[in-house]
Design a protein around this ligand. Structure first.
Ligand SMILES: Cc1cc2nc3c(=O)[nH]c(=O)nc-3n(C[C@H](O)[C@H](O)[C@H](O)COP(=O)(O)O)c2cc1C
Length: 151
């Protein structure tokens, strides 16, 4: 059994829809042997990260950056886990209206610093999530889960 950790900041119904789609994709019955663990970014710990074989990060764009909650997660784990998560497969979704690209740049910059490995392009959602956005989030969850599924 491998473990997919989803670290998310979910302050609204729209962001909850995206998280739900990611969880559904990651939990697809065709992907076996992967336990899906969700943690609010303000509650996620270094132990959660060290126990993970892959990670999905989810955040709104706040002031053109990632949420303070997700930044808090990185501040919590960066130096504690930095040497132990090289190559960790990861995915990212960001929700906002303006400045989404700043949040993507910030998260991917930190993930690069940790030497994590993006297994799919970041999903950027603006406005109310439509069918395409939810499908993209489903695909994101499924892709990271399939990447770490035992063979
Ligand atoms: C402190 C703060 C700063 C924010 N800054 C931005 C921003 O720069 N760009 C943006 O598109 N949305 C911004 N937002 C809105 C959030 O991105 C938005 O609430 C979140 O994506 C959820 O979307 P929803 O409220 O439509 O459900 C901000 C929200 C807060 C609380």
């Amino acid at each position: 059994m491998t473990r997919l950790l989803i670290v998310h900041h979910t302050p609204s119904p729209a962001t909850a829809e995206l998280l739900d789609a990611v969880v559904r994709g990651a939990s697809d019955p065709e992907i076996t042997g992967v336990e899906v663990v969700r943690r609010a970014a303000l509650a996620a710990t270094a132990s959660d990260l060290l126990a993970a074989d892959g990670i999905v990060l989810g955040t709104p764009a706040n002031i053109g950056y990632m949420s303070g909650a997700l930044k808090h997660f990185f501040d919590t784990v960066y130096y504690v886990c930095g040497d132990d998560t090289h190559g960790l497969p990861y995915g990212l979704y960001v929700h906002g209206n303006l400045g989404v690209e700043g949040a993507v740049r910030a998260v991917t910059g930190i993930a690069d610093g940790l030497d994590w490995r993006a297994v799919t392009a970041p999903v950027e959602v603006t406005g109310a999530p439509d069918k395409a956005a939810l499908e993209a989030c489903w695909e994101l969850g499924a892709t990271v889960a399939a990447t770490i599924a035992p063979t």
